[in-house]
Structures are given as structure tokens and as C-alpha cells.
Design a binder for this molecule. Structure first.
Ligand SMILES: Cc1cc2nc3c(=O)[nH]c(=O)nc-3n(C[C@H](O)[C@H](O)[C@H](O)COP(=O)(O)OP(=O)(O)OC[C@H]3O[C@@H](n4cnc5c(N)ncnc54)[C@H](O)[C@@H]3O)c2cc1C
Length: 451
């Protein structure tokens, strides 16, 4: 694996969510206005820059070891909103959380949201993120109508379905490599308020999970579905299936009762020994029993339903100083044996994860050239970084994913090999002409073996 320069403490300020790998950046640009971006691009040497959002990617797709980042968080202005259609124009550093704060009180919500609201619009487009509604709404990119992209050679390029549509498809899921997104037009969705009619259903086998997912009850009647999985349970896991819809208007009284939860904060990295097979097994068991006991429908605030992890700020410090890796794959549903094999390998390794998340992707065609979601089951597992042992387990999971024609998600990756990337995205070479010559990333250099 290509080694990026290790980080001296003074320049590690910008990490990814997994806090692994820890690479040094030579410089971080922080433009406050979009008209500062062209000069940053002009002055850069080829392959030296990468845009950065809120660093919620787990591995190195938002890092540019030994080179420079453009931190886009100050490009966070709402530029326009059409109250009659829900079309929002905003700068790329606006976060999903900002959108909810401003537009939920007006009855609008992001069309697709990942499991944290602390991602920027630029990051959501560049990874073409998916949410609990993939089976009926596709990915975030499917709701982006137009973007303006700073390109080092071509200036500010406007892309939509009629003008430069290929550049739009390259930028959606384009890992920040096609240019710096200045602003985007996003179609928000109408909702009646902050509440979700949610339901938790315990299940005891993969087959029951699939029955629940396929069940016309879930896929047709529920906009949001996802499951949590006890990955210590082996080939046939137990878990909790969550499903929900935006609640119909429950009256003005309930609007008033709604309070966004205050998040607790983990102040420092916990010692590594606190996370071991026994504590994680106990957590998984407790989580299952708690939700199984409270099964059934409940009116739930949107933040508890969509973003349970956001209730502990910096929860990534739970995994200690060495950080952690997430493994997210998608597997064709026709190959359930492969899925069972993955879970078996994880259970036998004793390195199971706090959070196993399972979701069925729907049939939506990919919105971007390198979009990750495709029909099948997606599984996401977190592993504390324990050096070679952890990397070997993940390589052994790669074998299973590759054999059944599955793929890995770049936004979560810090270690897949070039051949695993090739197997996951066999068409990646046709994306290369769209890359801006001034841009590159640690991830891209690793998986394409580019210099
Ligand atoms: C708790 C948690 C839950 C998550 N759940 C999900 C989930 O359910 N589904 C899912 O798909 N993902 C999920 N993710 C991953 C996350 O949604 C993505 O990694 C997202 O892209 C992070 O956005 P960011 O703003 O933090 O961008 P960063 O991580 O900083 O960057 C991500 C990419 O965006 C590019 N980028 C950033 N800004 C711009 C810009 N202005 N112009 C061009 N490119 C830009 C970067 O170069 C990089 O390639 C989750 C992450 C966490 C921490």
C-alpha cells in the first residue's frame, strides 16, 4: 500500500471521521467567498488540491496527504429558495443540518439524508450519499438539478441535465476530483413537520429481514427502512428492523413540543482496552433487548429517527487514539450465502462492531458515474483499528465481496486495494477525463496507483 507522509501533530487539524489514516497536509485554504476559489486553483501545481467538507468520510477520500486541502465550510450561504416548488440554491459548504434548521419550519426537508446531518452539500454530492429511503428516492445526486463547478482550466462551469450533463454525472459521486462545487440547486421534499411515524420490529434471521424488507408493507408503505444487526450472532443474525414515514400533521400542540435534542460530547479518545469483544457483545445484546422490548409504532422526533449517532458529538473518539475503519459493501441479493459468509467471518474474528447496519438498496439507476449504490444488500460495520489483524480481516471480507460481484463504498474506505477498486467500479477509467488536473486525493492515488 502506498504510504502517505505521517502527520506531525501541528498539521493534523483536518482528519477524516475514522481518524485513520492520519496524514499531514501541507496547507489548508479556507476561502470565505466563492470568488476566492479560482485564484487558489490557478496558483496550485497539478494534482495538489482537494476540496474538504465536514470530514465525515471515514477513510482517506477527503484527505490529500502531503498536499493541500480547500476547506469549503465557510462557503455556507443559502442563495435562493422557491417556496412554491421547494427548489433550494445553496453554496456547497451548507450542511444538511443547516438546511433542516432553516427549511423544516417552512415544511421542507432534504430529499435524501445520510445517517448524520453534519455533512455538507458538496460532500453529499461528491459521494452521492444514500439514506434510509434509497428504495424509493435513490441517492442525493438524483435530486440535484444543477451545479456550478470551479474548474482550473474552464472557470465556473454550469452543469445540468441539458448543459454539460456528463460533467454533472461525473461530479455526482466524483469524489471531489472534478472541481470545487460552488453552489447547487437541490429539490427539497414537502413534509408536514418534525415527527416520524416509526416502528421497530425485532428479527431473528436474514430471511426474516428480507421478508420484512420485501414485504409490500415495508417497501411500498414506508419511505424509510433500515436495520441494525447484531454482528456477534454469526451467519444468521438477529437485529431490529426500523421503518417510518413523515407523520401526518399531528396538530399545532405537537409542533410546539418539538425540541431538538442537545448532544452530549465525548471529550477525548477513550483508552483502546475499553473496547473489546466482551464490551461490544454486551452492548449489542443490550441494544437488541432494549429495542425488542419497545417494539411497535411510536411517534419519534426526526433527529432520533435519522441521526441517533449525532446525539453524542465526537463519538468517533470511542475507538481510541488509533481510530477505526468502516467496512461498507453491497452484495447482490441473489447471493445470500456470501452475506452469511461475511457475517460468519466477522463473528469468528471476535472483532465485531458496535454498529452493524443493513439496508436493501432499490432499483434506482446510478445518478453519477462512480455512484456506489446498486441493487442488493448493503452492510456497514465499524472496526477499531488494531493494526495488521484488522486489515487482514477486511481483506478476507474483500474476497467474499469480490467473488459475488459486490462492491465497496469509497466514502467509508481507507485501505481497499487497486484490484478491489477495479472490481467495485470496473468503468472507472471513463471517469478519468473529467478529473480537474489540479485535483487529487490520497484515496485516488492509492486505488489507481497514480503518482
Ligand atoms: C455517522 C455517519 C453516518 C453516515 N451515514 C451515511 C449514510 O447513511 N449514507 C451515506 O452515503 N454516507 C454516510 N456517511 C458518510 C458521509 O455521508 C459522506 O462521507 C459524506 O460525503 C461526508 O460529507 P462531508 O461534508 O463531511 O465531506 P468530506 O468527508 O469532507 O468530503 C467528502 C468528499 O466530498 C468532496 N467535497 C467536499 N466538498 C466539496 C466541494 N465543495 N466540491 C467538490 N467536492 C467536495 C471531498 O473532496 C471528498 O471527496 C456517514 C458518515 C457518518 C460519520
Amino acid at each position: 500500500m502506498r504510504e502517505e507522509p505521517a502527520a506531525p501533530p501541528s498539521v493534523t487539524r483536518l482528519l477524516s471521521w475514522g481518524r485513520y489514516p492520519r496524514v499531514a497536509h501541507q496547507r489548508v485554504h479556507m476561502p470565505a467567498w466563492n470568488d476566492q476559489v479560482p485564484e487558489i486553483l490557478r496558483a496550485a501545481t497539478p494534482g495538489s488540491l482537494l476540496p474538504y467538507g465536514l470530514g465525515r468520510s471515514y477513510g482517506d477520500s477527503c484527505l490529500n496527504g502531503g498536499r493541500e486541502l480547500i476547506d469549503c465550510r465557510r462557503l455556507n450561504r443559502m442563495l435562493g429558495f422557491d417556496e412554491s416548488t421547494g427548489m433550494l440554491r445553496c453554496e456547497s459548504g451548507v450542511s444538511i443540518s443547516d438546511i433542516i434548521d432553516v427549511f423544516l419550519p417552512k415544511g421542507w426537508f432534504p430529499p435524501v439524508t445520510p445517517g448524520t446531518q453534519f455533512v455538507t452539500v458538496g460532500g453529499a454530492i461528491a459521494n452521492d450519499v444514500h439514506g434510509k429511503n434509497h428504495h424509493c428516492a435513490g441517492t442525493f445526486g438524483a435530486h440535484v438539478r444543477q451545479i456550478a463547478l470551479h474548474r482550473s482550466n474552464d472557470g465556473l462551469v454550469i452543469c445540468n441535465s441539458k448543459i454539460d450533463s456528463d460533467m454533472l454525472r461525473a461530479t455526482i459521486g466524483g469524489l471531489g476530483l472534478t472541481g470545487v462545487i460552488a453552489w447547487a440547486d437541490i429539490q427539497l421534499k414537502r413534509v408536514t413537520g418534525p415527527w416520524i411515524d416509526a416502528e421497530a420490529i425485532p428479527f431473528q434471521s436474514l430471511k426474516t429481514f428480507l421478508d420484512l424488507s420485501h414485504d409490500s408493507e415495508s417497501n411500498d408503505r414506508f419511505e424509510y427502512t433500515v436495520a441494525w444487526l447484531d454482528c456477534f450472532a454469526g451467519r444468521d443474525p438477529r437485529g431490529i428492523f426500523f421503518r417510518g414515514n413523515h407523520a401526518a400533521d399531528h396538530g399545532a400542540g405537537q409542533e410546539k413540543d418539538f425540541r431538538r435534542k442537545r448532544a452530549l460530547k465525548l471529550p477525548f479518545a477513550l483508552p483502546g482496552w475499553m473496547l473489546n469483544r466482551y464490551s461490544m457483545k454486551a452492548f449489542n445484546s443490550l441494544y437488541y433487548r432494549t429495542h425488542a422490548a419497545s417494539k411497535g409504532p411510536a411517534l419519534t422526533p426526526y433527529d432520533s429517527f435519522f441521526y441517533p449517532l449525532d446525539s453524542i458529538r465526537q463519538w468517533n473518539l470511542l475507538y481510541g487514539k488509533q481510530g477505526f475503519l468502516q467496512y461498507q459493501c453491497v452484495i447482490p441479493e441473489t447471493n445470500l450465502e456470501a452475506f452469511a459468509e461475511l457475517l460468519d467471518r466477522v463473528a469468528r474474528s471476535g472483532m465485531g462492531s458496535f454498529l452493524g447496519v443493513l439496508k436493501q438498496f432499490g432499483p434506482a439507476p446510478p445518478a453519477g458515474m462512480l455512484s456506489f449504490p446498486r441493487p442488493g444488500l448493503t452492510l456497514a460495520l465499524d472496526f477499531a483499528m488494531r493494526g495488521e489483524r484488522t486489515l487482514q480481516l477486511m481483506q478476507s471480507l474483500d474476497e467474499v465481496v469480490r467473488q459475488c460481484g459486490g462492491a465497496l463504498y469509497p466514502a467509508k474506505d481507507a485501505r481497499m486495494s487497486p484490484s478491489m477498486f477495479e472490481a467495485s467500479f470496473p468503468g472507472w477509467r471513463s471517469f478519468v477525463p473529467y478529473i480537474d488536473p489540479k485535483l487529487s486525493s490520497s484515496f485516488w492515488r492509492r486505488v489507481t496507483e497514480a503518482g
